[in-house]
Ligand binder design. Structure first.
Ligand SMILES: [Zn+2]
Length: 233
């Protein structure tokens, strides 16, 4: 009569758990690789995959829920254009994982509004001029970030739309734009006039996606420059 010696079990619950963990690690690494290869803006891609952060970008659709803005003789209203473009910009950014808030012209949330970037989107009057303008508060408390935001947006917008900056007609109304006074002083903010309803009418009415891509690219380029980079810059 022999007693059977207990043989070691081939697998313990622990090693089963280890296998599950190993598979999980592989899946996560695979996703990281996929995101890294598929999109140069891998940080934003990851935000999209693993949930986005707090309100990152605030957009004002110029004149929305307040008035029509500029009006052309045939009835085309500035607010139709600004709302359409703003919604397109928001959708492009959300697809990249950013949290976006679209606000009406005089939203109560503007008081002390905090975001990593803020932009009000307007269009210029119905005259036969062409060009876009971007401005920030004349006496912004955070001049460096605001200047960088304007500069980055200008480059991306000109590239996407082919429009030239039209700085001659930047008015004090733009530099003293009400919403820029209301947002939190540390929020980098600007206002863009995306083109003239007159001279740039084709771009604004027939190619709004190009307009939106220019703005979204500019905002993303700005935010990428805010992301701390490893030593050596
Ligand atoms: Zn306007």
């Amino acid at each position: 009569m022999s007693r059977r010696t207990p043989t070691p079990r081939p697998s313990s619950p622990l090693s089963g758990l280890a296998r599950v963990l190993a598979v999980l690690v592989c899946v996560v690494l695979g996703l990281l690789l996929l995101v890294g290869l598929g999109d140069a803006a891998s940080i934003q891609g990851l935000r999209g995959l693993f949930g986005s952060r707090q309100a990152t970008i605030g957009l004002v659709a110029g004149h929305w829920q307040n008035d029509s803005g500029a009006v052309c003789p045939d009835g085309l209203q500035e607010v139709e254009i600004t709302l359409d473009v703003t919604r397109r910009v928001a959708s492009l950014l959300r697809r990249q994982g950013y949290e976006v808030q679209v606000l009406p012209e005089y939203a109560s949330q503007l008081d002390g509004f905090r975001a990593e970037a803020f932009l009000a989107i307007h269009a210029d009057s119905c005259v036969e001029l062409s060009g876009f303008k971007i401005a920030r508060l004349t006496q912004a408390e955070e001049p460096t970030q605001g200047a960088l935001l304007v500069e980055t947006l200008e480059r991306a917008y000109a590239e996407a739309t082919g429009l030239q900056p039209h700085p001659d007609t930047i008015t004090d109304d733009m530099r003293q734009y009400h919403a820029l006074h209301r947002i939190a002083p540390e929020t980098p903010g600007a206002i863009i006039e995306i083109g003239f309803l007159g001279g740039d009418r084709y771009l604004l009415t027939a190619e709004p996606e190009r307009v939106a891509v220019g703005i979204a690219n500019g905002l993303m380029a700005f935010l990428r420059q805010q992301t701390p980079t490893p030593a050596g810059d």
